[in-house]
Design a protein around this ligand. Structure first.
Ligand SMILES: [Zn+2]
Length: 208
């Protein structure tokens, strides 16, 4: 599902589906609906789904009615170090002109071949070694509780489906496969199949 959410160029229908799903979700969130109208949408939905508790410093995950359903530790391990070249929720003129939706992850530029590691422990659910989608060569990880992460545009991956992984393990290498114009990692986190801001799960700044 993550992969389909990402592949906005390939499947316009899926993009419409995301918008409808997001709107349906927003209907359950009257408190943020005003914000959504004034905003790109994805950022507001993300903020409604995941937030850092200022007291406990845990990431709290909410359902569509605003009820807390899970909480977990912030991660200190970014998948790679590098320069952030595109933020979550970006919907600039370039993206609009080329028919892309709002950006569903964070882009981090780094040299080709830089090792990529999971931001948290989990189990690999998808390994795509065929460079035929917008995400390119990619890996998806299930972190439990409806949280999944997606790593796109790899040059190669040696990961296998079912493999248990943790921060520090190498799941692939930075490349520019798929819809990409330079070596970078597209790092995405979905909560119940809805892209959320990966930044919310991360403690500390991304180093260059
Ligand atoms: Zn991206």
């Amino acid at each position: 599902m993550n992969k389909l959410l990402f592949s906005v160029v390939i499947s316009f229908k899926k993009e419409a589906y995301i918008v409808l799903g997001t709107l349906a979700f927003i209907l359950f969130l009257p408190l943020i609906s005003v914000v959504v109208i004034a905003n790109a949408g994805v950022a507001a939905v993300s903020q409604a789904l995941v937030a850092i508790n200022p007291v406990t410093h845990l990431v709290e995950i909410f359902d569509s009615k605003g009820k807390k359903i899970d909480e977990r530790e912030l991660s200190t391990v970014w998948p790679i170090q590098g320069i952030m070249t595109d933020t979550f929720g970006n919907f600039d003129a370039f993206r609009q002109n080329f028919g892309y939706g709002a950006h569903t992850g964070i882009d981090i530029a780094a040299n080709a071949g830089t090792p990529i590691t999971p931001f948290a422990k989990g189990k690999i659910t998808v390994v795509d070694n065929i460079n035929d989608s917008a995400c390119g060569i990619s890996v998806e990880i299930d972190h439990g509780g409806g949280v999944e992460s997606l790593y796109c545009h790899m040059s190669k991956t040696n990961a296998t489906v079912g493999q248990d992984v943790k921060p520090g393990d190498v799941i692939g290498y930075v490349g520019t496969t798929g819809a990409s114009t330079g070596n970078h990692l597209h790092f995405q986190i979905n909560v119940h199949d809805i892209p959320v801001n990966p930044r919310t799960f991360m403690a500390g700044e991304l180093g260059g």
